[in-house]
Design a protein around this ligand. Sequence first.
Ligand code: AHR
Length: 551
Amino acid sequence: MQRRQFLKRSAMAGAVVAFSGARVWAKDADARIEVLLDEPLGEISPNIYGQFTEHIGGVIYDGVWVGEGSKIPNDHGIRSQLVAMMKQIHVPVIRWPGGCFADSYDWKDGIGEPSNRPRRTNFWEVDRDAARLHEKGLQIFESNAFGTNEFIRFCRLTEAQPYFAANVRSLPALDFDHWVEYCNSPAGSTTLAEVRANAGFPEPFNVRYWGVGNESWGCGGNFTPEQYASEFRRYTDWIPRYGVDLQLIGSGPNGNDIDWTHRFFEQIYSGHTYNNPSFTGWSVHHYASNLSRGRTTDWIARKGDALQFDSVDWYELLRECNRIEQIIQDQWAVMGQYDTHHRVKLVVDEYGPWYREGTELDPTHIFGQQITVRDALATALTLDAFNRNPEKVGMATCAQLINNLNALFLAHEEHFIATPNFHVFAMYAAHQAGQALRAEFSAPDVQYTRDDKPARFWGLNGSASRKGQTVILTIVNPDVSKTIETQVALRGGTVTRASGTVLASSDMHAHNTFDQPNAVMPATLPVALSGGLINVSIPPASVARLDVSLG
Ligand code: AHR
């Protein structure tokens, strides 16, 4: 019945013709997208729009934390402009304090009177990127001015949930218990609750999300999967609860390392089964760091440049980021062999492009890099992959929020800007808690030449979600030069209104700077309704969002 009505409406409109019997499309469209309203995929967890902040380079010091006495507007030392912009995009969760830093961090150093806190050597002191620092400042010798209390304040100001990464490499399991006790034990109940109260926080923080180590296959202990499984059991058994529904996140693979996941899950689920209902997350890290087109795996030589690239490099970066979809499928399949009811979801708590050094805004910004419109597309296609897999991906945090790899913000002293990535998160925020819908994208592949051989990349892709009578459709056009004339059909409903927004630039290297903070900004994308279809011209190298109202 619905289909008959659709055909009748379409037949009355001159611009549309019947296509392959059952469908109606314009003759001259390059691409079509069908959103299937009757095929929900599950609710998109708001937590996949999370952020990551580590004590590295300019993330905490110069980024988040400017200090209480600073002339830079701040709230208890936390950069006010950052807080205001994070609220605009509804950041649901923030991961802290690392990263690799987490497995060398003693949480006790970061509580109590700030002037009494010890100075320590930061984990990243050994990194070769840090060697260029003339002044061995906060990036090398950690002041602990920003600790648990300050992080919780940051979360409260931004209305985000805290997600802690606990130290498994260099602190005993009892320290993990005590950190939970410091954060969550009721007012007046324990000595640590009193220490917390003395710092001005009598009420518990009720922290739910706890990562059990970080990259335990590497900087987090260099464990084998079996060793890590054994540590995981030890660290997570009988943690104090205080009525908080703890969510424990295991340290998962490097990229798509199937072996790590197989062997860890086998140890946890076979033989002497570990049956802790709080184990609900499996962390995955995926960095697009190898842009050498298969020529090398060397950590330095394989990286590309954040600003100097050609169109082949452009597609290469998108291709590397696009691997996330396969990683999600593969890891999920392995986990399902053991965790047959899929209690454990994927937590992609580090992702983004990773370029060679040289475009950081300040020498202190270890792993700082510029963010172009290319990175905006990479971020958008990653978020779309999460949206398309709502039953698998429970949480994700972008690495990292500010002055780092895939930053949403760049700041130095009083200067502060939003990068194109911020605008992607702003455009995609409407997907949070929406019902993901199956959407079929049909567009010719982009074809280009890669090292004298023909290469392809998909022509259009994206994701759709619904809240009530509103459908949000986000679309990435990766083609560096071609506008894609696109028709969109919403199967199973009637479109009454549609509007569009687009993030694009005619220069694929475009990025925002302190001098030109608005070089890359979202703009209105014209759309036209015809015969129940939405017609839209999607510009080259762009991220688009359509807001569609249903009758
Ligand atoms: O995000 C930078 C680093 O990358 C993190 O500390 C680590 O977990 C990863 O290797």
